[in-house]
Ligand binder design. Structure first.
Ligand code: GDP
Ligand code: PGA
Ligand code: MN
Ligand code: MN
Length: 626
């Protein structure tokens, strides 16, 4: 009798359960999933277990349909081309919804459009959602994904459940998060983050589907409800918009949880650096998207005797432990890295991480079943036929538009990185000695400087700017403010967030990391980089670590401590224009300091902690006196 019972297909309402056991999910999840079914009307429900067999079944389907192309040169690796209109995060259509507007966004100056988060009232958002979600999964399968951000069961980890109608999203979530039925056990009746994602293309489709990549670019909407711990994402399949564990959960929702619980959710890499003396130290670094986190996280140091091991390349969850040490975990399980520019010279460790079990999005394909993108010119033979991300064929070496999209990405398991840190899944996290900010600053900003205090470091973070990159929808190379590298990822009022940082030292006994700012991207008049970057960045990191140990190798300047002449090891580097690389032009900095103050007055207004303005005034006065 039981056997007969088991082969009868489960149903939720009228919708069949294609895989998995609905009743094995915790009650709160069953209620959530039932609600999703009622709302979005999928043709079936597929409860994922994260297994390899499951992945192979989905991959097979996607290959047949043409969404994925197997890259035969590598084991179990695939190329995917998106609809060319769905290639990046869409900041302008990303909202946070709270009843009180000013919980989410600062008081901006009248007539100024706020850029530090977009708020929409819950009622108005409901109208927008009602226009999109009812019936949006018609004719499609709804995948239910139980996942953990951070090692399953770690006290620092958090659980989410994502429903999605995109099997590409499911495959990427398998790489980027930890999907497992164990999540149901750990979850029990505790809280989870509710993640709802739809490509917004119910069947029969209303819009021509390009590249077998259903999406709905005109109607993209990514809504966050921090109080309800809920995310609703519609219309895009691109990573930052659709892999909801990443930016939506691990940064926007988590920053709110962190505010409430007294910790920090940051857009930061985490790495362990061992100098020749063997004393390892950990750094975290916040650079805006496509400004070098993945590269620095797993850099191959050019200085002999140094070792770098990566814990995370994009997101850090950090909290002070009982001993007062700041401990960081990487909530993710994979790397979602910028492909163009990645090669055996710049980042061999990334290259080695994606030789199998990986997904490549919007790169080109070579005739021999490999990947290709800008930056691989020296690693793929000239004359090789390629098919670009836009499906155009040409031979390498022939002129033509870019072979890959500038925001093309590789997605691979972090565990495959040859220098993954043995403690990368340590449930206690690793101790942080230095926090580094940075961005693409072609002019004026020296290679490295050190904050004069924790508060000064927070001010430096609040003034982070960078040239726009292809990771978001912005066009051109304008310099944009990206405070703390969190502009696109803030989950609550940026002024309150700065205060949260400033409050960190208020608990007695806390050992505060030192804070630094770096700039790998300063250029000369001809636009050439003044600093070789990549593996050579270890020279700057070495200076930073020595400062953390209190070495007398810095002098004070208006912007912070800068290296004493000769204190950064430049041995074997060839010709470097140190004068220009470290210069701090008075008029540039006067303008920049005033511009930063104006930015905070405009964008954060009365919510700006006064100490930040005080420090900017001091800086301005110091330059005036120079
Ligand atoms: P992320 O998005 O912050 O993780 O940035 P990535 O590490 O993926 O780098 C983004 C782009 O910046 C890639 O094209 C890299 O090749 C380039 N890049 C990274 N580090 C450096 C560096 O030190 N110097 C220069 N010039 N370019 C870099
Ligand atoms: P990254 O992350 O560019 O910081 O690697 C992805 C993103 O910000 O969309
Ligand atoms: Mn990022
Ligand atoms: Mn990255």
């Amino acid at each position: 009798v039981t056997e007969v019972h088991e082969i009868v297909l489960q149903k939720v309402g009228h919708v069949p359960v294609a895989k998995g056991d609905f009743m094995k999910m915790p009650k709160s999840v069953r209620i959530f999933v039932s609600h999703c079914i009622q709302l979005m009307k999928p043709r079936g429900v597929y409860i994922c277990d994260g297994s390899e067999a499951e992945a192979q079944e989905i991959i097979h389907k996607l290959e047949e349909r043409g969404t994925l192309t197997r890259l035969t040169k590598y084991k179990n690796s695939y190329l995917c081309r998106t609809d060319p209109e769905d290639v990046a995060r869409v900041e302008s259509k990303t909202f946070i919804c709270t009843p009180d507007k000013y919980e989410t966004v600062p008081h901006v100056r009248e007539g100024v459009a706020g850029i530090l988060g977009h708020w929409m009232g819950p009622d108005q958002m409901q109208v927008e959602l009602n226009d999109r979600f009812p019936g949006c999964m018609a004719g499609r399968m709804m995948y239910v994904i139980p996942f953990s951000m951070g090692p399953i069961g770690s006290p620092l980890s958090k659980i989410g459940v994502q429903v999605t109608d995109s099997n590409y999203v499911l495959l990427c979530m398998r790489l980027m998060t930890r999907i497992s039925p164990k999540v149901w056990e750990v979850l029990g009746d505790k809280e989870f983050v509710k993640c709802i994602h739809s490509v917004g293309c119910p069947r029969p489709v209303q819009r021509v589907v390009k590249n077998h990549w259903p999406c709905n670019p005109e109607n993209v909407l990514i809504a966050h409800f921090p109080h309800e711990r809920k995310i609703k994402s519609y219309g895009s399949g691109y990573g930052g918009n659709s892999l909801l564990g990443k930016k939506c959960f691990a940064l926007r929702i988590a920053s709110v949880i962190a505010r409430d619980e007294g910790w920090m959710a940051e857009h930061m890499l985490i790495s362990g650096i061992t100098p020749p003396n063997g004393e390892e130290m950990f750094i975290t670094a916040a650079f805006p998207s496509a400004c070098g986190k993945t590269n620095l996280a797993m850099t191959t140091p050019t200085l002999p005797g140094y070792k770098v091991q990566v814990v995370g390349d994009d997101i850090a969850w950090m909290r002070f432990n009982k001993k007062g040490e700041l401990r960081a975990i990487n909530p993710e399980a994979g790397f979602f890295g910028v492909a163009p520019g990645t090669n055996m010279q710049t980042n061999p460790n990334a290259m080695m991480s994606f030789q199998e079990n990986s997904i490549f999005t919007n790169v080109a394909e070579t005739a021999d079943g490999g990947y290709y993108w800008e930056g691989l010119e020296d690693e793929v033979p000239k004359g090789m036929a390629i098919k670009t991300w836009l499906n155009e064929t040409r031979a390498l070496g022939q002129p033509g538009p870019p072979a890959s999209h500038p925001n093309a990405r590789f997605t691979c398991p972090a565990s495959q990185c040859p220098i993954i840190h043995p403690r990368w899944e340590d449930p206690e996290g690793v101790p942080v000695s230095a926090i580094i900010f940075g961005g693409r600053r072609p002019k004026g900003v020296p290679l490295v400087f050190e904050a004069k205090s924790w508060e000064h470091g927070v001010m430096i973070g609040a003034c982070v700017k960078s040239e726009a990159t292809a990771a978001a929808e912005f066009k051109g190379k304008k310099i944009m403010h990206d405070p703390m590298a969190m502009r696109p990822f803030m989950g609550y009022n940026f002024g309150h967030y700065l205060q949260h940082w400033l409050d960190m030292p208020k608990v007695p006994g806390r050992k505060l990391p030192k804070i630094f700012h770096v700039n790998w991207f300063r250029t000369d008049e001809s636009g050439k980089f003044l600093w070789p970057g990549f593996g050579e960045n270890i020279r700057v990191i070495d200076w930073i670590l020595r400062r953390c140990k209190g070495e007398d190798i810095a002098v004070e300047s208006p912007i912070g401590f800068i290296p004493k002449p000769g204190s950064i090891n430049m041995e074997g580097l060839g010709k470097i224009n140190e004068k220009e690389l470290f210069s701090m032009p008075k008029h540039y900095w006067l303008d920049d300091t005033r511009e930063s103050r104006r930015f905070l007055e405009d964008q954060v207004g009365v919510d700006t902690p006064p100490i930040i303005f005080k420090l900017l005034e001091d800086q301005e006065a110091a330059f005036v006196a120079m």
